[in-house]
Design a protein around this ligand. Structure first.
Ligand code: GLP
Length: 260
């Protein structure tokens, strides 16, 4: 697990540069897209590079991490719409190139199985962008999630619903109770995982992710078992890392030709 501590703009640029390099060598790459505020800087940077003609997503495909259950098709907080607005429409993905779990499916079990099959048929995810919840969730794999889980329906915790109420005009009653989410094993199938977190509210989750024991209580800790994870954090999010100085000096000494 590589930990890079830097300013938010620097982190967004590093992640975008890694995606640019991936698309250069593999234009048909498969990306994993996350919602939440954490990846927005990366999406802005990708949009800027796209406008400058530096990178094209015309042959790329993408899979979303998760989706609320039951939000109407046109609801602005439906994650499919959020992803369309924040990234897909800004960088020119082809029609049908971005898929997400179907939060309106009648047969949820079948929809989740089909989603897993679609990821396999696409050849798996090359690079997964991840945020992290204050309780250590990734996707919507809340504490207690099976470390071997696949895409399925989950109940959101009270903490996550409170955290996310800001996207629903602060009205907790508008936040759905359920979601569909890629499982932890699904996420672990990505070839490279880039997790980004900023702000002090994420410091405890980042400490557990990087330095804690692997436990379903902090679901992101499963990433310690992945061979290629990059954790991008700003100073406040890194403030509880015992090894922060080590991570800073290691990254400072890293040759510039070596990517993430
Ligand atoms: C949501 C999403 C997660 C995201 C998390 C953190 O619950 N399902 O994918 O990582 O929120 O969001 P933020 O980046 O806004 O703190």
């Amino acid at each position: 697990m590589e930990v890079v501590i830097g300013a938010p703009e620097e982190l967004a640029s590093l992640a975008a540069g890694t995606i640019e390099a991936l698309l250069d060598r593999k234009p048909e790459a498969v990306l994993g897209l996350a919602t939440g505020s954490s990846p927005l800087g990366i999406y802005d940077e990708l949009a800027r590079r796209h406008r400058e003609g530096r990178l094209s997503f015309s042959r790329a495909r993408a899979f979303m991490l998760d989706e609320y259950v039951g939000l109407p098709l046109a609801h602005p907080q439906r994650y499919r719409n959020v992803i369309e607005h924040e990234i897909a429409s800004r960088v020119g993905f082809g029609v049908g190139a971005v898929l997400g779990p179907d939060g309106l499916a009648q047969d949820v079990v079948a929809a989740c199985a089909q989603y897993e099959e679609a990821i396999v048929r696409a050849g798996g995810v090359d690079l997964q962008i991840l945020g992290i919840g204050t309780d250590g969730h990734v996707g919507f794999n809340e504490p207690g999630s099976s470390l071997a889980s696949r895409t399925r329906i989950k109940t959101l915790t009270e903490q996550t619903r409170v955290d996310n109420a800001r996207f629903f005009e602060g009205d907790l009653s508008q936040v759905p109770d359920h979601c569909l989410t890629q499982g932890l094993a699904t996420i672990m199938g990505a070839r490279h995982i880039v997790l980004i977190a900023t702000g002090r509210a994420k410091a405890e989750a980042i400490h557990h992710l990087v330095e804690g024991p692997v436990s379903a209580l902090w679901p992101a800790t499963i990433l310690q078992h992945h061979p290629h994870v990059t954790v991008l954090v700003d100073g406040p999010a890194a403030s509880r890392l015992q090894l922060a100085d080590h991570f800073r000096s290691t990254y400072a000494a890293k040759p510039t030709w070596q990517g993430l």
